[in-house]
Each structure stands twice: as structure tokens, then as C-alpha cells.
Design a protein around this ligand. Structure first.
Ligand SMILES: CC(C)(COP(=O)(O)OP(=O)(O)OC[C@H]1O[C@@H](n2cnc3c(N)ncnc32)[C@H](O)[C@@H]1OP(=O)(O)O)[C@@H](O)C(=O)NCCC(=O)NCCS
Length: 144
């Protein structure tokens, strides 16, 4: 497994991963926008010619926001999510980012455990932030 920056040519593989991992995946336009934006880091975990994990982190000055992270179901619990997240945080730190934020569904125990393992702590909540199903968001932050 190797982690590299994704490029627009990876769009269809990223979309396939998004559809596998999320009930409400990002649109192609949304992913392409991030791939082309210099302030956004889209990191891909690759195995052979396949993409088995993706992390998207957007930077704005000295702050960053983790927009998305997903690992193919068959590749989970192998440390790929943590490796992707650490690479994304290192990339952000190299651009002058000091603090990274994220939102996560309260019930998403796997993601919350991953974020905790990467050093994130809870810093707030947003009531009924998500739809379908309606659920609170937990806000987390980490210094990088
Ligand atoms: C969240 C997700 C990205 C984790 O990816 P992963 O590659 O399986 O995570 P890792 O193997 O790197 O796990 C690192 C640590 O996180 C924690 N963790 C990860 N998945 C966990 C789970 N299902 N239950 C409990 N802890 C978990 C553990 O502490 C784990 O370390 P360990 O395996 O040594 O115990 C993956 O479950 C996923 O794609 N979920 C669907 C998409 C999603 O919900 N994304 C987040 C919202 S944007």
C-alpha cells in the first residue's frame, strides 16, 4: 500500500469508493473541485492500480478541515485510515496549518475512534446537523 496525492484522472475510482462507503456520497463535481483546488489535499491509498482509501483535507490559512475519509470495507482495520489521516495532517502542517477541525456523526464509532487515535479531541456539537437519518454532529479538533 502506498499513499500519494490523487489527481483528476483518479476521479472515477474515488467515486466508486465514495459510493461503497457512504449512503450519501459526494457528487463527481464536488470531488473534481477538490482535486483541482490547490488548497485541498486529496490523498489516495493505493494497492496496485486500485484506490482503497481516500482522505480530503481543505486548508484555509492556519486552519484545516477534514472533509472526508473512507477506506474500502475489505481493507479496514489495517491502519490505512490512520496512515491517510496522518499524511493529510502532515501535508497541512507543511502549509502552515496549526489546527484541524472535523464533524462526525455521533453514532460513527469507527470514525470517532480513528480520530481519537490520531489525536483529535471533542470540542463541541451541532444538534441535528445531519439528515437522513437526522443526527447530531460531534465536532473535533487537533493541533498539528
Ligand atoms: C472510519 C474509517 C475510515 C477507518 O478506516 P480504517 O482503515 O479501518 O482505520 P484504521 O485501521 O487505520 O484504524 C485506526 C484506529 O482507529 C480505531 N478504529 C478504526 N475502526 C474502528 C472500529 N470499527 N471500531 C473501533 N475502533 C476503530 C482503532 O483505534 C484503530 O486502531 P486498531 O485497529 O489498532 O485498534 C473506515 O471505517 C471507513 O471508511 N468508514 C466509512 C466511512 C466513514 O464513516 N468515514 C468517516 C466519516 S467522513
Amino acid at each position: 500500500m502506498e499513499i500519494t496525492f490523487a489527481a483528476p484522472r483518479d476521479l472515477q475510482m474515488i467515486m466508486a469508493l465514495e459510493r461503497e462507503c457512504f449512503a450519501h456520497p459526494w457528487s463527481e463535481e464536488g470531488i473534481l473541485y477538490e482535486l483541482e483546488l490547490s488548497d485541498s489535499g486529496v490523498l489516495a491509498a493505493r494497492e496496485g492500480t486500485d484506490i482503497i482509501g481516500v482522505a480530503i483535507l481543505r486548508t484555509l490559512g492556519d486552519e484545516g478541515e477534514l472533509y472526508s475519509i473512507a477506506v474500502r470495507e475489505s481493507a479496514r482495520r489495517r491502519g490505512i485510515g490512520l496512515s491517510l489521516l496522518r499524511r493529510a495532517l502532515r501535508w497541512a502542517a507543511g502549509r502552515g496549518v496549526r489546527r484541524v477541525y472535523l464533524e462526525v456523526r455521533r453514532s460513527n464509532a469507527a470514525a470517532r475512534a480513528l480520530y481519537k487515535a490520531a489525536g483529535f479531541t471533542v470540542c463541541g456539537e451541532r444538534k441535528n446537523y445531519y439528515d437522513d437519518p437526522r443526527e447530531d454532529a460531534v465536532l473535533m479538533e487537533a493541533e498539528v
